[in-house]
Design a binder for this molecule. Structure first.
Ligand SMILES: [Ca+2]
Ligand SMILES: [Ca+2]
Length: 329
């Protein structure tokens, strides 16, 4: 009798685990207000993003002035190029695999937005985040796709798996494990380092964004700037040559000394500065960069004792927020 009960219990546990695994859809976090701030007023799994809301989306939420973040993974049904399509009233932005594919964060009547073609592999899962806000009047939010032998349709529930994902651009530096390597990237709109930046951990500064951009909310692909900060440690003592390569402007400080100051529009151009480093000692490192228009790239390399120049590896970098830019003027 007891054995029967136990095996029944085991069966129930297995069934419940199976149900958990089979969970489909996206995690929807619903916020009061249009900024996706504060704790969510509602968290639930939505089978699809395919909504027309004549009224509030749920009890406890207003019919206007709310925002939603859906997150999880999407599984590709084929290998080939897909187009993601949103329909929204009002603002929408969409990231797939960390890339900002749609960015129409404005008040508008129902509008369709299409991503550039996005290559996916059959059966592979990609992280997806869709953010949405409703200001006033009608409200709608739909996430669709089209691809090889897939006609335009809302992404079906069974291709989606809910998962909580931090939106690109939010990083709590104080909570990083102490052995984290890399730099804190502070990304701003414009080139004045004004307003609240999006933050990201960057393993190294080795970016070639082409005609695109870093894919963070609010940053866009033109007219943005970045400040990378952290500590630098060299394995051996010597006089190091630091090399920035940037399109457009770049400035570099190590140990408070300004090594590069080329705050001008330019195609990808190298600039150099030298500094003596002692093995094992930590030095403040700050690199600032801005992109005007067109192509965008930012790289930071070094070389010592005639070695081949290479991008400063993450093993030499520790993320740290430097509020005073580490400069000695
Ligand atoms: Ca509206
Ligand atoms: Ca440029």
């Amino acid at each position: 009798m007891k054995r029967k009960f136990l095996s029944l219990l085991a069966l129930l546990v297995a069934a419940s685990a199976l149900a958990q695994e089979a969970k489909t859809g996206l995690l929807g976090q619903y916020f009061k207000g249009v900024e996706l701030t504060g704790p969510p007023a509602l968290k639930r799994v939505d089978a699809q993003v395919n909504f027309d809301w004549p009224e509030a989306p749920a009890d406890g939420l207003p019919a206007d002035q709310f925002s939603v973040r859906w997150s999880g993974t999407v599984q590709s049904p084929a290998t080939g190029k897909f187009t993601f399509i949103t329909e929204s009233d009002d603002g929408v932005r969409l990231w797939v695999d960390g890339k900002l594919l749609i960015d129409n964060w404005t008040d508008h009547a129902p509008a369709e937005d299409k991503s550039p073609e996005f290559a996916m592999e059959d059966g592979k899962r990609y992280e997806v985040i869709m953010e949405f806000f409703e200001s006033g009047g009608g409200a709608a939010a739909k996430l669709m796709w089209s691809g090889p032998s897939t006609l335009k349709q809302p992404i079906p529930s069974f291709r989606l798996t809910p998962k909580e994902l931090a939106p690109p651009g939010e990083l709590d530096v104080a909570k990083l494990p102490s052995d984290t390597r890399g730099l804190v990237g502070h990304y701003f709109k414009g080139r004045e380092f004004a307003g609240k930046p999006a933050l990201r951990l960057d393993k190294e500064i080795g970016f070639d964004w082409g005609e695109g951009g870093p894919g963070l909310r609010g940053t866009g692909i033109e007219d943005f700037c970045v400040r990378w900060t952290g500590l630098l440690k060299a394995e051996k003592s010597g006089t190091y040559t630091f090399i920035t390569e940037s399109d457009d402007g770049a400035r570099l400080w190590v140990n408070g000394q300004k090594l590069v100051d080329q705050w001008v529009d330019q195609g990808a151009t190298e600039h150099k500065g030298e500094l003596k480093l002692e093995a094992g000692k930590s030095y403040d490192l700050v690199m600032e960069y801005y992109e005007n228009t067109g192509f965008a790239s930012a790289k930071l390399s070094w070389t010592v004792d005639g070695a081949e120049k290479k991008i400063i590896p993450s093993s030499a970098l520790t993320p740290k927020v430097l509020t005073d830019k580490g400069q000695k003027r």
